[in-house]
Each structure stands twice: as C-alpha cells, then as structure tokens.
Design a protein. Sequence first.
Length: 251
Amino acid sequence: MDKELDYKVLSQILCVNEYSLHRIFYFVTNMSLSEYIRKRKLTVACTDLLNGTKVIDVALKYGYESATSFGRAFKKMMGFNPKNIIKNRDNLKALPVFDFTKINKSIEEINYSVVKNTSFNLYSVSKSMPIDIIPDIASPFWDEMLADKDFIFGDKRYGIVEYDKFTEVPKMATYHIASTHKFKGSKVYNIKNKTFLEFSIESRKATDISNFTNMIYACIIPYLGYNLDDVSDIEEYVGENTTNIYIPILQ
C-alpha cells in the first residue's frame, strides 16, 4: 500500500487491457479499483497515525502530494481530520482486503476502535471442544446455561475461546461462557489492562460471528500492522442482537 500501483502492470498480470481490468474489478466488488486502493491506503495509514507518525510523513508514504490532499481524502472516509485521530480512536473505519476466492458481490468498510487499558473481570464456566465445530457446540451450551436459573448474566454476556498456547496448530479449544456476576459453578476469569481492537456485528448467531471473526483475522488484522497479544479474544453480547468482538493487540 505504500508503493505506487501501476494499472498497466496490474492489467498485464490479469492478461487483459486496462479498461477490462477496471470493469472486471467493479463487476466483482461493486467498487471501483481506484476507490478500493484509496480506502485500503487510508485503512493502513490509521495505524501509522495512531503510532505518532506526522501527518505529512504519512501522506507522502501513501502517495499523496501534500498533507492537505491526504487530509481531505482521510476526512471523507473517516469523518474527521487525521490530526484528530487520537480523540477518535473509537470511531475508525477499515476496508478489508477483498477475498476473490469467496462469492461476495460487495465490499464495505467496517467500523472498529482501539481500546486501551481495558480489563474484564468475569466469572465463567467452560467446556473443551474441537475448534472446527465450536459454533455447533457453543449454541447448545448457551441454551443449557440460559435455562439454568443460577446463571446471572445482567445486561451483558460473554463468550471466550481459549486456544491451546503450547500447540502450533491447536485442534481443541476451551470455550467459556461468562458474566460479570458470580453464579453457581463459575470460576474467576480476569484479563487486566490490555489493548484491544473492538469490532461489532449485528448478529448473535454463532456461525455469523465465526465467519465475521475469520474475515477480520484474514482480511484486516494482517494489514493494520499490529501484533497480537497472547490472551484470548472476547465476544461481548449486548442486548438482543449485537456482538462486540475484542481482539487483543500489543501496543
């Protein structure tokens, strides 16, 4: 993203002319190639700005002639000036990398925020389950817990997938159902003063959450420039249909 992209070279890679390149890309993604490149550059530029790089240096790095032209493009996508990014770290947008192996007729920006010094003081019960069928097992596990009169969840509930840290390619995971309230059979599960990327999806279906999280890891996380922290992701269920996903990063 910090290099100049030559449409002629891209069209040669695809063995088409430049006109066909643009038509094909728009047909597949429902977005122009130039808009896609611009929004991808602005997405990764957020990380540089959050890390304290000067606006002019970020502008030049991503191919803008001046801080003014960069600021204009940045504000059009994000809704605020780049110099105000620290104040608006809870109002960022990311355009994910488009996965051409999936049948998906459109690509959209995803809102996210960087939340620092965040702690979760929870109580949980857990089950061990194969990673590849977590959505299938987690749903009946939740039904079982919600039917238990001793499970006190308040206005928020939490799901936590804890992978085996000592296995290079883990096949099993421990799935936690958690609450901020102590309940019968629960154990303390605390995470202290960590930095997270927070995403949100309007769904409570296990398969939707799993697919959304997989997309974040495949199409957003590798390109934002953050290193992952060695703690578990946290799913926070709010109201009837909202899931907040907290992914731990090193800051």
